[in-house]
Design a protein around this ligand. Structure first.
Ligand code: NOJ
Length: 496
């Protein structure tokens, strides 16, 4: 019945399957990451570049916010010089490459390219700067991951239009993005907008961040989603031969129900939908999450408002936004408890009020220097939720990390937490089969942490802000990463 050839083929196939299975099992068990998995570091223009008014760069909302309100930043810090990466970009790319990273994430400062934000005068020096920077990244065999917008909106767009609350921004963002994309041909991954929730909730909701406005978070949400979709569609239509993938990056915090009561379970789901779903659902599934729509309709009735604060999405808009992703960008740091809360409690964040949820943390949980929790059992749950809720998209972890107060280069705590995050990613990949293909840590350098100034140290390289040369000094965590990239597995000891 079977020839000897059939038997040999059968034997070879069987052996190959066993070998593949054993390789997979051994990676699963020994902390190795999949072949081709990308490790890297993340940065953003405003936080590292400095040179805030050099070479024709225009003012952005953070320049303006800080220069007008220096007291709103810890120690009255500002980012006028930041890490001086504008001048030291070659050194920074070299440092990232020296750790064996295969990807380096930067963002484009919009006002370096278009000083007013509008089309019109294009600042060639700005374009050339990013072209050189990306050449340098590619020269060092790293993938260039580029964010088009990371919080630093041109001030003129804020002043003239009210910023991200005005639908006019959609075309303006497309015009800016087109110029950048056209010129920067070597980019490997585009991220349209970084953490739109933070922009809308803090910049336009509670006024804690630039531009410091309140009560307009939902207008902002719709304009940003539409702007993201418009850039994605422009890119696919006008640059059909480009290979680079494009997506939005969302900040994804995990919410654990405080108790097993059905009210708390529903509260946790609700806040996940208000924080993540409000962006992810329109892009990956279509339309607002029903939970958010229902809740906002209830609030409308409660407050006797003529229309819901959540703007409508027309059928055309739903279709236009839906499917505008090649992967999902995820920044993940924290885990919290969520519990049901009555609408009478208004001493809370805008998001908690909107969602009818109280967010708390357990005092025993580990925290970083910003007082934010690091509980990596939540990390694995976060990725499983994303997989199950959004039909198993490919996931690019564009940020994760842990800050300390910068008093030591022997940052053992940070190594401990990095290991915990990485093992949670590893479990998500091998145990839950989440399709994570990259993990970039925040950040290459100690840099300007927005309202916290330079007080939070997230870098692999320490910078003393009082040092006029802004010398980069390697921390122990950098050694950990070097070992990770050399072996492809989570180092068990700390030394190289
Ligand atoms: C996310 C933001 O994208 C980044 O700008 C910030 O510095 C880090 N989180 C750390 O808080």
């Amino acid at each position: 019945m079977f020839s000897s050839n059939d038997c040999i083929i059968w034997l070879i196939s069987f052996t190959t399957i066993i070998i593949i299975f054993l390789c997979h099992e051994s990676k699963k068990n020994n902390g190795s990451f999949p072949e081709g998995f990308m490790f890297g570091a993340s940065t953003s223009a405003y936080q590292i570049e400095g040179a805030w008014n050099e070479d024709g760069k225009g003012e952005n909302i953070w320049d303006h916010f800080i220069h007008e309100n220096p007291m709103r930043i810890v120690n009255n810090d500002n980012a006028d010089e930041a890490c001086d990466s504008y001048h030291k970009y070659k050194e920074d790319v070299f440092l990232a490459a020296s750790l064996g990273f295969s990807a380096y994430r930067i963002s484009i400062s919009w006002t370096r390219i278009l000083p007013s934000g509008y089309m019109g005068s294009i600042n060639e020096v700005g374009l050339k700067y990013y072209e050189d920077l990306i050449d340098e990244i590619v020269k060092h065999n790293m993938k260039a991951v580029v964010t088009l917008h990371h919080f630093d909106l041109p001030q003129r767009l804020q002043k003239d239009f009210g910023g991200w609350t005005n639908p006019k921004l959609i075309d303006i963002f497309v015009d800016y993005s087109r110029i950048v994309i056209e010129r920067l041909e070597k980019v490997d991954y585009w991220i349209t907008v970084n953490e739109p929730r933070i922009i809308c909730n803090y910049g336009y909701g509670n006024g804690k961040s630039a531009p410091g406005l309140e009560y307009q978070e939902f207008e902002c949400t719709k304009v940003i989603i539409m702007s993201h979709a418009a850039v994605y569609r422009m890119y696919k239509n006008e640059f059909p031969n480009r290979k680079a993938k494009m997506a939005i990056t969302l900040d994804c915090e995990w919410f654990e129900p405080k108790t097993r009561s059905s009210k708390d379970i529903a509260a946790a789901e609700r806040i996940l939908e208000f924080q993540i779903g409000i962006f992810a659902h329109p892009i990956l599934k279509g339309g607002w999450p029903k939970v958010v729509e229902d809740r906002m309709e209830n609030r409308r009735l409660m407050e006797n408002l003529p229309i819901s604060q959540l703007p409508k999405l027309t059928d055309d808009e739903i279709e236009f936004i839906n499917g505008t992703f090649d992967f999902l960008g995820v920044n993940h740091y924290y885990t919290n408890y969520a519990e049901y809360d009555s609408d009478n409690n208004i001493e809370k964040s805008r998001n908690e009020i909107n969602a009818g949820v109280l967010i708390t943390v357990d005092p025993s949980w580990d925290k970083n220097s910003l007082g934010r929790t690091v509980t990596t059992w939540g990390t694995r749950k976060m990725f499983k939720w994303l997989k199950e809720t959004y039909n198993n998209p490919e996931i690019f972890i564009s940020e994760y990390g842990y800050s300390d107060n910068g008093t030591t280069l022997e940052d053992n705590e940070r190594i401990r937490f990095s290991r915990m995050y990485l093992s949670a990613f590893h479990d998500a990949i091998y145990k839950d089969e989440v399709r994570i293909f990259a993990a970039l840590t925040w950040s290459l350098l100690d840099n300007f942490e927005w309202s916290f100034g330079y007080s939070a140290h997230f870098g692999l390289f320490y910078i003393d802000q009082n040092d006029p040369n802004k010398t980069r000094i390697r921390k122990k965590l950098a050694h950990f990463y070097k070992k990770l990239t050399a072996t492809g597995r989570i180092p068990e000891d700390l030394h190289t």
